[in-house]
Design a binder for this molecule. Structure first.
Ligand code: N01
Length: 537
């Protein structure tokens, strides 16, 4: 079967899986190199994470002027963002604009799920089987996203619920009207923290089932100031270059203080630094001092500042205490909110501690914990994703000698630079595990990976190589380095999705690489040294 029906496989230079930010730019680059490429996408349109995550309040918590492509100066000059943090509909409009502007849709097959990818040792090509046929390609490039495989915990009785169930990461396109409904939301991560204030404003009653409290910093979202936009656009390249020097690839304009540790200053100075960050809003809060992710004592000074803010914002001291996180700040992905904590002052919102009394069962009429039963019309799963490896391993990927990626990664993902894994020639992952990805602004990380892959393919053409894959030693060294880098920080100290700890049975390995500038430098050194660590054949 071909991609269009019966007949021989269609042949491409490259197959790209996913039509989000990564897949679209990859397609654009491949085309620019004169290569034939086909993108397969499960959704019926472009957008990836921004196509699926349509829950109320969904917006990006990286500034819109930074969370955008930089590969085209014309594009970044002509597009007008309206708010500091763009909403999901605005980002989706932007992705659609990019797809149209660069005429990308004609090489995308929508509503097409890639099920199997097998490397043919003789032909040195991949055979890609989709839900609508098969194709053959020299390269397979996974642009499947880091947070795209929704996780719905297997609660007993889940199927018996008579009301409506929703997942924040698979939200209905027509929206949901919660008016007059008793709603239960499970989870208190970013998706829940963004949607809870809006659902609460509509619902008859909202029960928030919290297992672990999360730190959230106010967004202070606002319309963009025309003067600020003009100043950035006057030297967009310079602005991007400054951001590339930041640890997370963004935030150069935020107040920062990487010269001092929290314990190097007195309590009053600390307080005023945290207060300034709190007023500035957003993820830059953790940049108040340079030791917040390395020293527990320093970390506790910022954690206790946020807990004090929660006590100020929440009227009921017991609810405030329950909303106050106990773990290290920053070891789970920080959240950014608009009115989250104050929502718990509403009479139609109840916080339920499912750490003390776990959810035992979902029933036909609601949900039962160890302590009580809750009658619900609607259950929202804000329970996150099988992060970084979930979407990749849903596809049955078979490399040399038929070896399955699922088997190779059973004890955790192993890659060289998060770009390739040994034994799977010509298979690339954009922002794969072992790369900075989710610890950075995803857009520059995506672009850096796409550019690396495009240049590597170009290099292969120049030297007449047909296959590329990492050497085992390079992969081993990189995996150790990723672990050591994370291990030198407080990041692996709690049950985060960075570690795979949110998925029962998943290997507990810290998956992303910390430090965008160091990573880019490493990639550049690899190229300068003739793609050291990669083997060409
Ligand atoms: O998912 P999460 P998310 N019983 O995994 C709970 C990005 N993002 O969709 O912490 C009870 O963070 C779980 O509890 P616990 C961002 O990178 C970005 O909110 O495991 N509860 C947790 O509270 C983010 O980090 C943006 O104890 C259960 C929640 O469900 C990532 O996506 C917006 C449970 C899951 O939280 C994921 O965020 C949204 C169970 N069995 C998302 N299982 C922006 O850019 C899970 N939970 C703004």
């Amino acid at each position: 079967m071909s991609a269009l029906g019966a007949g021989p496989d269609r042949e491409y230079d490259a197959v790209v899986v996913g039509a989000g930010f990564a897949g679209l730019y990859m397609l654009h680059r491949l085309r620019g190199m004169g290569l034939t490429a086909r993108v397969y996408e499960v959704g019926d349109d472009v957008g990836g994470t921004w196509y699926w995550n349509r829950y109320p309040g969904a917006r990006c918590d990286v500034d819109s002027l930074e969370y955008s492509y930089q590969f085209s100066e014309e594009l970044q000059q002509e597009w007008e963002w309206t708010e500091r943090y763009a909403t999901q509909p605005e980002i989706l409009r932007y992705v659609n604009h990019v797809a149209d502007r660069f005429d990308l849709r004609r090489d995308i097959d929508f509503e097409t799920r890639v099920e199997l990818a097998t490397f043919d040792e003789e032909a040195k090509r991949w055979r890609v089987t989709t839900s609508r046929g098969a194709a053959s390609a020299r390269f397979v490039i996974m642009a499947t996203g880091c947070l795209s495989s929704a996780n719905t915990p297997d609660f007993a009785g889940r199927e018996s619920f008579a009301g409506e169930t929703l997942h924040t990461g698979q939200w209905p396109h027509q929206g949901v009207d919660f008016t007059g409904k008793r709603v239960g939301i499970i989870g208190t991560g970013s998706s829940a923290i963004q949607s809870i204030p809006l659902i609460a404003a509509e619902a008859k009653h909202l029960f928030v089932f919290q297992r672990t409290a999360n730190y959230s910093i106010p967004a202070h979202n606002q319309p963009l100031d025309a003067e600020v936009v003009a100043a950035i656009k006057a030297d967009y390249a310079g602005f991007r270059a400054q951001n590339r020097l930041m640890q997370a690839g963004f935030g150069a304009r935020a107040p920062r203080n990487m010269e001092q540790g929290a314990l190097d200053v007195d309590a009053e100075q600390r307080q005023s630094m945290y207060e300034a960050r709190w007023q500035h809003g957003g993820l830059a809060f953790l940049g108040a001092f340079n030791d917040l992710l390395s020293s527990r004592e320093a970390n506790e000074t910022s954690a206790s500042f946020v807990r004090a803010k929660i006590r100020e914002l929440v009227d009921d001291p017991e609810v405030a205490e329950l909303l106050s996180p106990k773990n290290v700040i920053g070891c789970k992905r920080m959240c950014v909110d608009s009115g989250y904590y104050r929502t718990f002052n509403r009479s139609n919102v109840s916080l339920v501690d499912v750490r003390a009394s776990p959810i035992e069962e979902i029933t036909a009429s609601g949900l039962r914990t160890g302590a009580a039963e809750y009658a619900l019309d609607c259950i929202v799963f804000a329970t996150g994703f099988d992060a970084m490896t979930g979407a990749l391993l849903k596809i049955d990927i078979r490399g040399r000698c038929g070896r399955r990626l699922r088997e190779k990664w059973a004890e955790g993902p192993r890659t060289f630079l998060g770009l390739q894994t040994a034994g799977f020639p010509n298979l690339f992952t954009i922002t794969g595990p072992g790369s900075p990805s989710v610890l950075t602004n995803m857009l520059p990380s995506i672009e850096q990976h796409v550019d690396f892959i495009a240049e590597c393919i170009d290099h292969m053409r120049t030297r007449g190589a047909t296959v590329v894959e990492p050497a085992e030693w390079a992969e081993d060294e990189w995996v150790s380095h990723v672990n050591e880098t994370a291990g030198a920080t407080l990041l692996p100290t709690c049950n985060s999705w960075y570690l795979g700890a949110n998925i029962p049975g998943k290997a507990r390995v810290f998956m992303p690489y910390l430090g965008f500038p160091a990573y880019v430098e490493k990639c550049e050194a690899v190229v300068e040294n003739g793609y050291e660590g990669f083997e060409f054949g």
